[in-house]
Design a protein around this ligand. Structure first.
Ligand code: FAD
Length: 482
């Protein structure tokens, strides 16, 4: 490992204080591994600045000394983007203040290290909704959400994180601070630079603060669970519901029988919402800011029509908040429960909504033909065309033998996505895991522009090097277990 230049740590201590310079192996260990243990990184030190000025001073120090550096938030990213391979780590955890809520502008100005759940709570306290919602919301940070353009379960109604951000404060790779915290809903005074940083996975700048949009709190809500014989029928239900519910349709998630069985098998206090088994399921939620909006009547009518049309085989509407919560748990626990079934090869992809059903059906068959006994667990956000196309190993197979097929199945699934005009990185990003696969699937002109943007903003390739785009000969390709 390359040592830091002499005096580097002393200068860093002057910037952030002795206690926030971590060099002890045990103290820095949690910052070096990825959530699923797919990568083991290395770093010389971890710094925990408390202000934008401190982040900027650290960036200037690293830039001047030619030391690679990266930002880390909650470390819940799933593509290896936050794993350091040398240099230093800047944790944003202590930039965790909400600077202001502006009710008239319906905005909140906040620092990058605020945990997403705390953003939601603060918005609620002020009488608003902050609609970003992910399974990791108890640990991920708003800075991480912005840097990965996180999606989640509210995208159908409110959009991705990109759609929720009005302004950003960003520390550039050379330590300059871009102040874009205006909070304007209209600003055509040149290039909209915030969009460069949103979704750039910390490769172009370190987000230190943001202005985000707030929305009216939902005052009526209804949640349902429906079973059908195919994903095609679930997509028909989605179209039917969207046509009449419009933007009141806030969630439309789907999961297969195998996924539901995993949760029922491995998670305590869960039960099947329907009395018999179905091949696939939809979890649907309608909300409205209106008090006592007749959402249940609307949903019941649509479900009845769908039953008569034989689109769905059964459905139930939650009779209470608690029951709605039980439905949500089934969906939220799914990814976590997969790990109890041995190795899994995961894909986070998107295709046009019109192609979702064919993609799932045909690619499932292709995977099953390739490896008899493989268990397809395709679930996700139908309303966004975003499918988590996960593959669980056959029962009894050796885990490493299954994971050795990682690239083979990646190619099979990603070819199918590409053939339908889709994306191989729908919401979790590219990081290290998908960087080299982009070469096969991304428009070459877009790729060349990405490299030029990276080189223009970070000519020394010091900020999170080797992630998203490969410059020169940096980090090797991702292989599971490396
Ligand atoms: C159980 C679970 C469920 C999840 N569900 C979803 C989901 O539904 N939708 C979804 O989109 N994702 C989901 N994720 C993935 C993950 O939670 C998101 O990508 C999240 O936005 C990452 O936030 P974080 O603070 O943990 O970022 P980190 O993991 O710390 O970092 C992620 C990337 O962003 C960069 N970064 C972090 N903070 C900054 C900053 N302030 N400035 C610049 N760069 C920064 C890092 O360098 C890294 O490249 C899930 C993860 C888990 C574990």
């Amino acid at each position: 490992m390359t040592a830091l230049p002499p005096g580097f740590l002393d200068q860093a201590r002057v910037i952030v204080g002795e206690a926030d310079v971590l060099t002890d192996a045990d103290a820095i260990a949690p910052y070096l591994v990825e959530t699923r243990g797919l990568h083991q990184g290395r770093a010389e030190a971890v710094f925990r600045p408390r202000s934008t000025a401190e982040v900027a001073a650290l960036a200037r120090l690293a830039h001047g000394a030619g030391v690679p550096f990266l930002a880390i938030g909650g470390n819940t990213g799933l593509v290896g983007g936050g794993v350091p391979f040398g240099g230093i780590v800047i944790s944003l955890a202590r930039l965790n203040h909400i600077r202001a809520v502006d009710p008239a502008n319906a905005t909140m100005t906040l620092e990058a290290g605020v945990i997403l759940q705390n953003v939601q709570d603060a918005a609620r306290k002020a009488g608003f909704l902050f609609p970003l919602s992910l399974g990791s919301e108890g640990s991920c940070t708003i800075g991480g959400n912005i840097s990965t353009n996180a999606g989640g379960t509210g995208v159908l109604r409110y959009g991705n994180t990109r759609d929720l951000v009005l302004g950003l404060e960003v520390v550039m790779p050379d330590g300059a601070v871009l102040n874009g915290l205006g909070g304007l809903r209209k600003d055509n005074s040149g290039y909209d630079l915030k969009h460069l940083f949103i979704g750039s996975e910390g490769t172009l700048g370190i987000v230190t603060a943001a202005v985000v949009k707030l929305f009216p709190l939902p005052r009526s809500r209804v949640t349902a669970f429906a079973g059908a014989s195919s994903v095609h029928k679930i997509v028909d239900l989605f179209e039917r519901l969207r046509a009449v519910a419009g933007e009141r349709l806030t969630t439309f998630e789907f999961l297969p029988r195998f996924g539901l069985e995993l949760v029922l098998r491995h998670a305590a206090k869960t039960r099947d919402p329907l009395s018999s088994a179905h091949l696939t399921y939809a979890m649907v939620e309608l909300t409205s800011p209106e008090v006592d909006a007749p959402l249940e009547d609307l949903l019941a009518e649509v479900l009845e029509t769908a039953l008569e049309a034989e689109e769905i085989e059964d459905a139930t509407i939650a009779a209470s908040e608690a029951q709605a919560g039980d439905f949500w748990r089934l969906r939220e626990l799914l990814a976590e429960c997969q790990k109890f079934e041995g190795g899994s090869i995961k894909h986070d992809v998107s295709v046009p909504i019109s192609a979702v059903a064919d993609f799932v059906a045909e690619t499932s068959l292709a995977c099953e033909a390739e490896m008899p006994g493989i268990r397809v667990c395709a679930f996700g956000h139908i309303g966004d065309g975003n499918i988590h196309f996960n593959l669980s190993q056959p029962v009894g197979m050796e885990k490493q033998a299954f994971l050795a097929q990682w690239h083979h199945f990646n190619t099979l699934v990603h070819d199918a996505v590409h053939a339908r005009g889709g994306s191989i990185a729908a919401e979790h990003g590219v990081g290290l895991n998908k960087r080299d696969e982009l070469l096969a699937y991304k428009d070459p002109v877009a790729l060349a522009l990405m490299v030029r943007i990276k080189q223009a903003l970070d000519p020394q390739n010091l900020l999170n090097p080797g992630k998203v785009v490969r410059i020169g000969n940096d980090l090797p390709m991702f292989t599971p277990g490396n």
